[in-house]
Design a protein around this ligand. Structure first.
Ligand SMILES: Nc1nc2c(ncn2[C@@H]2O[C@H](COP(=O)(O)OP(=O)(O)OP(=O)(O)O)[C@@H](O)[C@H]2O)c(=O)[nH]1
Ligand SMILES: [Mg+2]
Length: 250
């Protein structure tokens, strides 16, 4: 099964994927990539974050074997992790690099799982976070979302699962990440929230601005479901949820 990670510049694609290989895990782990090795190539210690993915490269291809511990046993997901630089979503990049853009589109077109990593918008960022200008405004965020929807509809014919991950949830005003994780986290015995309730909780709370569009896709395209998640590189439970979801449904 093909899974692609997409998202704009600095949304957190590389950092989230790197954290997935962290050996301190609960239900989701990778068996073929080493955290320390990846960290050495992707992380900048001085700056305390992942380095921007090189825009001169259309995509770095990694192969990831992800094991998800489910009540029915271990489910292995084989993932082509295509690490794309955020630039590729810019029209100027696409017209300037037509071959690379086409080759990326080809990969997306055969993917069944699409993980879209998004940043929160400026108005919901905690006041004490450094550079608020790094975040787009609510209005820009909505416009951008409409373009993603168009992309899903036009360019992702094989998609069965679209996972919208609002990343950097640790920076969102009024959100207590630990509490939120306790509410949403996965219990193998199924004693807590099911996937539909998790989706509704996150949709109502974090994706309300674009709720009509999400509902419309879910209703109009049979065999395709869009599910909302919040993620953060600082919370293992939330970070694992999209993968547990994929493991349960693929
Ligand atoms: N606070 C916080 N910072 C994050 C989180 N995820 C990523 N970051 C930081 O945000 C910055 C961008 O993250 P990347 O993973 O490099 O973003 P990307 O989507 O790969 O960006 P490009 O490769 O430039 O397209 C880095 O400094 C990360 O360390 C998160 O969950 N919380
Ligand atoms: Mg990157």
């Amino acid at each position: 099964m093909g899974v692609v990670y997409i998202g704009d510049r600095a949304a957190g694609k590389t950092h989230l994927a790197m954290e997935l290989t962290n050996p301190n895990y609960q239900f989701v782990n990778t068996t073929n990539l080493d955290y320390e090795v990846l960290k050495a190539s992707l992380y900048n210690e001085d700056y305390g974050g992942t380095k921007p993915t090189d825009a001169a490269q259309p995509a770095y291809d990694y192969y990831l074997e992800i094991n998800v511990k489910l009540p029915t046993g271990i489910k292995q997901i084989k993932v082509d992790w295509i690490d794309t630089p955020g630039e590729i979503w810019r029209k100027s990049w696409q017209t300037g690099n037509p071959n690379q853009w086409q080759s990326f589109l080809k990969k997306v077109q055969v993917s069944e799982g699409i993980v879209l990593v998004m940043s929160p918008y400026r108005e919901i960022i905690k006041p004490d976070v450094g550079d608020i200008d790094d975040f787009i405004t609510r209005h820009q965020w909505c416009t951008r979302f409409a373009r993603w929807v168009k992309f899903f509809q036009q360019d992702c014919p094989r998609a069965r699962h679209i996972l919208l991950c609002l990343n950097k949830a640790d920076l969102i005003k009024g959100t207590n990440l630990t509490e939120e994780a306790q509410k949403l986290c996965y219990y193998p015995d199924g004693s807590r929230m099911n996937w539909q309730s998790r989706h509704m909780h996150v949709l109502n709370r974090y994706f309300r601005l674009v709720e009509p569009q999400i509902k419309a896709i879910n209703q109009s395209t049979s065999g395709l479901s869009v599910r909302c998640f919040i993620t953060s590189v600082y919370n293992r439970q939330l970070l694992e949820l999209p993968w547990i979801y994929l493991g349960s449904y693929i």
